[in-house]
Design a protein around this ligand. Sequence first.
Ligand SMILES: *Cc1c(COP(=O)(O)O)cnc(C)c1O
Length: 272
Amino acid sequence: VKDAFATNWISPAGPFLQQFEEKLAAYCGTSAAAAIHSGTAGIHLALRLLKVQADDVVLCQSFTFVGSCNPIIYEKARSVFIDSEPETWNMCPKALEQAIDDCLAKGKKPKAIIVVHLYGMPAKMEAIAALAKHYDIPIIEDAAEALGSSIDGKPCGSFGQMGVLSFNGNKIITTGGGGALLSNTSEWVEEARFLATQAKGPAPHYQHSTVGYNYRLSNVAAAIGLGQLEVLKDRIAARRANHEFYRTLLAGIPGVHFLDEPEGYFSNRWLS
Ligand SMILES: *Cc1c(COP(=O)(O)O)cnc(C)c1O
């Protein structure tokens, strides 16, 4: 952060942005990442990249934070909410298939599936990805709460066509407000950076041929993010230790239950 000030890169451009993006992509195992203002902005950009338009149907997990679904409304699309299953509290694959069939029967193929790893617990991505593939519907993975979580070692944020992270003040690491869009399709990430900088074209003058947003993260916030990535491991260990503490403390109290990690699942235990 001192370096950002010393070199006067106090703007939504600068060397720490690229470094932060490279480290995020490497950590999450995707080809690229775009550093942006918020997780909500990430979901919004993902919908734009998938060309979601007015009256399109977007399937969204019902049990989540409002940031997952507000961007559906920004684009005047229709949200169809999918209930959760009891094992991970995330999107139920059976309910998802029913909703897809129902939409298809009404002649309205859903444009995207927004699945969430709530509280850091990975959703049942194997079943959900298989359905998405079968029905040819892209997945936007809301991993805002799940940086550091994984299934069989594969990081959350890398399962969908696009993944979204949040660095809001309450998340496992923070940039004082921030987010990222992850993808194995590098062109999408490039397009996200373009849309996030007011869709300013490469011309020497101010050329804006499409509608963009002021969504880019600042170089100072990216510097904070680089520092935060160094302590991510400690934060996860601390949250997991808290979880074990509650488990021991509250064991045997009727009505108190804890979310177990299914075989191969690793939760950052962001919230217990
Ligand atoms: C925090 C959060 C968001 C939104 O992220 P912001 O950076 O606050 O915009 C979206 N989805 C979930 C599940 C979240 O927890």
